[in-house]
Ligand binder design. Structure first.
Ligand code: SF4
Ligand code: FES
Length: 243
């Protein structure tokens, strides 16, 4: 058994940007850091589901080597760097790539103010898209009586896939395709949401961190000024334990 494996099974402490963080058996760095009220930027991780390490926003340096904080297990004595100019600049670039790859036109998006992608872009000081926009023309699935799926806003975080499999036990979603053609798939004979088992109260229908899966007949219901990220940045909400 390697020492890393032993550490993964025992509690201990590591340092995150020179602050000591306690971890429990089996914790990843991101799990332990978030529980202790330290913000490490992330999009595809959610505490209720297994990590999948796809967005790379949580990339940190562990003893000088890059790794995704959501998948690297915490171990005693690790020196983890996260809030550095170099890592935050990389995060801003990743966010800019996500914005240009889809159609993220926040002023006309119902999720604006409640969107983790937008809030993280504010957090990282992203002031422009920097890269040339792709302007994709992916299908919008409005077939479901209660839910809407806009693949032009999907960041392929896989949270709906995991929520449907791990909590709803329905496997409504999957991610398929390759490279720039990678996309979210709906598991039904027609490929349409209306023919899937997705119900409006399913966890998978309510987990999307962006505006890709939205309820129908509820638009712009929360006044500006009261939306989730209007007053407190995402970092502060996590530091206060109210993400
Ligand atoms: S629809 Fe939403 S939750 Fe599902 S993969 Fe896309 S961004 Fe993630
Ligand atoms: S949160 Fe770790 S890779 Fe997305």
């Amino acid at each position: 058994m390697s020492s890393n494996r032993i550490d993964a099974l025992s509690p201990g402490t590591f340092t995150l940007d020179d602050e000591e963080v306690e971890f429990g058996p089996g914790d990843t760095i991101l799990q332990a850091a978030t529980r202790a009220g330290h913000y490490i930027p992330h999009l595809c991780w959610h505490p209720d589901f297994h990590p999948n390490g796809s967005c790379r926003l949580c990339t940190v340096k562990v003893n000088g080597r890059s790794g995704a904080a959501c998948t690297v297990h915490a171990a005693s004595g690790q020196e983890v760097e996260s809030n550095t100019d170099e890592l935050n600049a990389q995060r801003k670039t990743l966010l800019q790539m996500l914005f240009v790859e889809g159609n993220h036109f926040c002023p006309s998006c119902e999720k604006s103010g409640n969107c983790l992608l937008q809030a993280t872009a504010y957090e990282m000081g992203m002031e422009d898209p920097h890269f040339e926009e792709f302007y994709p023309d992916r299908p919008l699935d409005a077939s479901h009586p209660d839910l809407l799926l806009d693949l032009n806003r999907c960041i392929l975080c896989g949270l709906c896939v995991r929520a449907s499999a791990e909590e709803d036990h329905k496997n409504v979603f999957a991610i398929g395709g390759h490279g720039v053609a990678t996309h979210l798939l709906v598991n039904s004979a027609s490929g349409q949401l209306a023919d899937s088992e997705l119900k409006p109260h399913d966890r998978a229908a309510n987990i999307c961190p962006v505006g890709a899966i939205l309820p129908k007949r509820r638009g712009f219901a929360i006044p500006i000024g009261q939306r989730k990220y209007d007053n407190k940045p995402v970092s502060q909400q996590i530091e206060e334990g109210t993400p």
